[in-house]
Design a protein around this ligand. Sequence first.
Ligand SMILES: Nc1nc2c(ncn2[C@@H]2O[C@H](COP(=O)(O)OP(=O)(O)OP(=O)(O)O)[C@@H](O)[C@H]2O)c(=O)[nH]1
Ligand SMILES: [Mg+2]
Length: 673
Amino acid sequence: MKDVSIADLRNVVFMGHNGSGKTTLAEALLFKLGLNDRLGKVDAGNGMADFSEAERKRKLTIHAKSFSAGWSSGKGNRKGIVFFDTPGYADFFGQVIAAASAADAALIVVDANSGIQVGAMRAWKLCERHQIPRGIVITGLDRENADYEKALAGVRTAWGDQCVPVMRPSSDLSAVRFLLGQDSEDAEDQEVLNKLNELAAETDDDLIEKFLEGASLSAEELNTGLRKALCGGNFFPVFCAMPLKDVGLTELLEALDMLYPSPLDIERKDEQGEIINPASDQPLVGSIWRVQSDPFIGNLAMIRVLAGTLKPETEVFNVSKNQKERIAGLLEVNGKKQASVAEATAGDVVAMTKLKHSGLCDTLCAPGLKVGLPPLQFPKPVVTMAVTAKTQADEDKIGTALARLIEEEPTLKIERNDDTGEQLLSGMGDVHLDVAVEQMRTRSNANVLLSTPRVSYKETITATGEGHHKHKKQSGGRGQYGEVYLRVEPRQPEDEETFVNAIVGGVIPGNFIPAVQKGVNEGLQKGAMAGYPVTNVKVTVYDGSYHDVDSSEVAFKIAGARAFRDAMTKAKPVLLEPVMTIKIITPEQFMGDISGDISHKRGHIIGMEAEDGMQVITAEAPYAELHAYSAELRSMTSGRGQFEMDFARYDVVPANVAQKVVEAAAKEKSDDE
Ligand SMILES: Nc1nc2c(ncn2[C@@H]2O[C@H](COP(=O)(O)OP(=O)(O)OP(=O)(O)O)[C@@H](O)[C@H]2O)c(=O)[nH]1
Ligand SMILES: [Mg+2]
């Protein structure tokens, strides 16, 4: 950052529950830091952070964004801060994961009215998993029914007494006090300061001796020690602020400067476990954490610089794509505001324009260097919908529009189901998919609809069946004649062919056999029960007859198709459905409801085990019953349960359920006619 040395830069990601006040805090800081000339409000839709149409309409954050600003504390060097506002809504957690990968530390926003909610717990877990140093800020002290002490107690109960309140609100809520570096006679303050001394001392053998001897640490020792403790995950400062009233913001900036790590304090390693030296004179390493489409300049690739110096109009190496890449311009992006920058160093987040080959999560390096970074793990999509075009013109646009969405969103997936012919879009929840479709509409003018995907049922048989058809028409002119006898039976593993020609003595001449097979194939593609593809069947043609003049390929094809249909109906056909393996992670208290619901869904539990204080349930259930599972599990567990599902196998559909599917297919067919 311009005029700011790396040691004076702080790079912090805001995380927390939906509606806890992250964007409100971000807006207040933007105003405080002079990036905005007024205080933007989420509810008024006039902020710099939630600026997209979709965000303003819903009054929530959908995309993670970074902001960069320099500031002066009045004493010492100029300081810099990069902060990320992230979504709290569970559907957009992929954005949080990406932003967290680009930050050095996290600030978990807890609202003083609601206390810790599931979104904050999810954020905490993410930080734990990635060893991200973190603190907590309790905001919303001015909200109705806000209770700072209760919120603080909740934080300490959930995350331990290493969560230390380094700030306190005054009793009339007109100010907050940052305890460090201040003298206080207050007993509670003394207790906190003593704890801070202890935590700092514990990071160093000499200091711990000093501490045990009763000597107090110097300000310098305390700072260094606390920052070390924070980086080591042994100290989580608790701050407080009232962003809407401009209370606590300066104190928060100063506290982050004092306690939070600079990019030089974070030991980042590459895939080989080698430490990446962040200094600006080292070779460049950076990673693209977000791709944002800009209506005027095309895609902006947001890079977090980890080491070295990035400059415009230079060549770099994209390690992930194994390809050279040319950087055109470098921009500092703050909401809609963009400004060119001359260079970026460790800790900075800037946007690169006009990249040809690079995309989300790619690693860029100095030419000649091949540093690989550990790949990010994103959750698998849990909701799938079919995407259909309203018109043919829309149809043509869909492919490109979908491909662009996928480039930007790590947790969206597209896939074509060859069995049903549907284009499927999967994401983390209904809102996620709605937003995606909205984006397609506004950006590409593609008018698309989402619908419940069809279940790819299949048909098969459970017995052997014999079928016969004689196709004979002799009304004037040349007639048609072909007769086929065939047998269907469940295919065995050792069967090599689906279609076996067992005709002897030429009762069906060899040149008509391919026509018979064509007829059979038609029947295999559209089964006799409900028109679904037929699987696991072996067909043997063993008898028939022909006519010297009237037999034709068409006649034998018709005879083949009808004989096959006849045989299928006699072979005890059944419907098959996809069955999924589901892995559900939930607090223990919801286990009963979840397992009851699974059996209600024709599923069953395969296993249960405890992991990290949560229960992990493995179950199987038919895909047809799981379409709304994401929303159902959320409501069953107040948002605390999560799940993943994978295709397991095809299973026979019970007769009563199959009958409904057959009826629905028949109805659809008659509607079509
Ligand atoms: N009184 C008061 N209201 C607040 C405060 N912080 C946030 N709010 C209100 O709470 C609501 C949600 O605030 P946001 O800042 O959008 O919350 P968020 O954490 O960004 O929410 P998501 O982006 O959806 O995760 C808005 O109506 C804010 O005006 C606060 O400190 N005091
Ligand atoms: Mg927000």
